[in-house]
Design a protein around this ligand. Structure first.
Ligand SMILES: *Cc1c(COP(=O)(O)O)cnc(C)c1O
Length: 479
């Protein structure tokens, strides 16, 4: 499998060649040159596989420069019942991503695909845990090292740290805003004692942390001398790792492969639902891909109208489903590439327009009608919807869901069709957002056993003023 850039200006590269890369040199995102096609027979032959072995079957189609025995070992090490053990009491951890059926609504079954049973209780673990093992493998092979530098307001940073802890050849320098995260989030990250994980609390806000990461990454000399890299959501390996659970969810929800299933995906940067799009392009019988947004409805607006209108930072709302608070969706360009017949120069033009004018308007363009062929529909949810949905799902089904998943359930309900099962992707466990759950239900959600009392564990963190030079000094001193 070879990879090309969505902007048409990159040479063709292999999986291992793009594994550690961010953007392509022309500013585009890497995409496979074509989609492997999965027949119904092949799909049915995968029904009895464990999650790890299913991951092997899917991933090997995209990473043929990793010897099969090596890949098999990597996925079996990644997707284990020991790692994905934080689900509800009646979940079977060996399923990795069990389905939690809620019940029947509008003549069909609606269920949660539990993606949040990993170490940080959010779906980002699904991809990040694999990335940790893939990075370690690729770096060892080339005798290289990598210093991952990132900024986090909570979720992504902890998923990266739990994926990279103890990995040979990798160090993580993660900047977080001092005093701006919940006690639970701080404990999750700062209690890690692994010597290759450096939590740096910046005396500033998240944007200060992010600006420092950008400044260090733009210092090309420093970047290459100190082997600085990132693990942001545009990384291709993260996207492809997520393709696997669409297959797993489909296979578990159906008996044979003539049936179609819809998926509803709480979306921010479009990474998760982009994986669904890829699964569908590979021939997985997905009826609709329902994109659910919160008040930050850039994507809902696009799928409803054909007008893509990125917002400014100042126009981005802080909501009670904070992991979906984005102003532009960094993986969206991958869909646009497929939608516009993989015309790299057109994609380049449109995203230059996004940079300059903040968006592009295809509402009157003939291509608009083609969006539907890709199965995409969308909806948005507000704080009030979220609270009501958490209450209803708890009352009706006895299941407590988090705020992001609530956005998904609320939007999914508008697209239920008799006989077509609807899987809502559960992107976090409620304990991560306990304050809003308490507002909705009047009590705090259950904590998985491993998280009881984590606030009392000793913490390892370094507090530094928000200055680029001080962060660079810290990296140099610790590498
Ligand atoms: C990251 C995240 C999302 C959004 O996923 P994207 O891939 O950015 O669309 C939704 N919910 C939770 C809990 C998340 O952490």
């Amino acid at each position: 499998m070879k990879y090309v850039s969505t902007r048409g200006g990159s040479e063709e590269l292999s999986f291992l060649e793009i594994l550690l890369a961010g953007l392509a040199p022309d500013g585009g995102l890497y995409m496979p040159k074509s989609y492997p096609q999965i027949s119904k027979e092949t799909l049915d032959s995968w029904r009895k596989l464990s999650y790890a072995d299913l991951a092997f079957e899917v991933l090997r189609l995209f990473s043929d420069d990793i010897p099969e025995e090596d890949l098999r070992q990597i996925v079996r090490k990644t997707y284990t019942a020991q790692v994905y053990c934080n689900g509800r009491a009646d979940d079977d951890p060996s399923q990795i991503t069990p389905i939690h059926w809620l019940g029947e609504e509008a003549g069909t079954q609606i269920g949660l695909l539990s993606l949040s049973n990993g170490p940080t209780l959010a779906f980002k673990d699904m991809a990040m845990q694999l990335l940790g093992n893939l990075f370690e493998y690729a770096l060892a092979k080339e005798g290289r090292e990598l210093n991952i530098l990132g900024a986090t307001s909570g979720d992504t940073g902890s998923a990266a740290e739990y994926a990279m802890r103890g990995k040979k050849g990798i160090r993580v320098f993660m900047l977080s805003p001092a005093g701006k995260m919940s006690a639970f989030q701080c404990a999750q990250m700062y209690s890690l004692q692994d010597p290759n994980i450096f939590n740096i609390a910046i005396q500033g806000v998240f944007d200060d942390a992010q600006d420092i990461v950008k400044a260090v990454s733009n210092d090309l000399e420093f970047k290459s001398k100190h082997k600085i890299g990132t693990v942001n959501s545009i990384n291709w390996a993260r996207v492809v790792a997520q393709v696997v659970y669409y297959f797993a969810g489909y296979l578990r929800a159906t008996q044979d492969s003539s049936e179609k299933v819809s998926f509803c995906v709480p979306s921010g940067n479009f990474g998760n639902v982009c994986a669904g799009h890829i699964a569908r392009m590979m021939g997985l019988p997905i009826h609709q891909l329902v994109v659910a947004t919160n008040e930050n409805d850039v994507l809902d607006e696009f799928f409803k109208t054909g007008h893509y209108r990125a917002r400014k930072s100042a126009e981005t709302f802080h909501t009670s489903s904070p992991s979906m608070d984005i102003s532009k969706a960094s993986n969206f360009e991958r869909f646009v590439f497929d939608w516009l017949n993989r015309d790299g120069s057109l994609v380049k033009e449109l995203f230059a327009q996004v940079e300059k004018q903040g968006g592009f308007d295809y509402s009157q363009h003939p291509a608009r009608d083609k969006i539907e062929q890709f199965g995409f529909v969308s909806g948005r949810s507000t704080h009030t919807n979220r609270i009501e949905t958490i209450q209803q799902v708890s009352r009706k089904y006895g299941v407590v869901i988090d705020t992001h998943t609530a956005d998904g359930v609320q939007v999914a309900r508008n697209y239920l069709q008799p006989g077509i099962k609807m899987l809502v992707l559960e992107t976090a466990l409620p304990v991560k957002f306990s304050e809003t759950i308490e507002t909705a239900l009047g009590y705090l959600p259950d904590r998985p056993d491993a998280f009881v009392g984590i606030e009392n564990l000793p913490q390892r963190l370094f507090t530094i003023p928000p200055q680029v030079s001080l962060i660079q000094e810290f990296i140099v001193k610790n590498t």
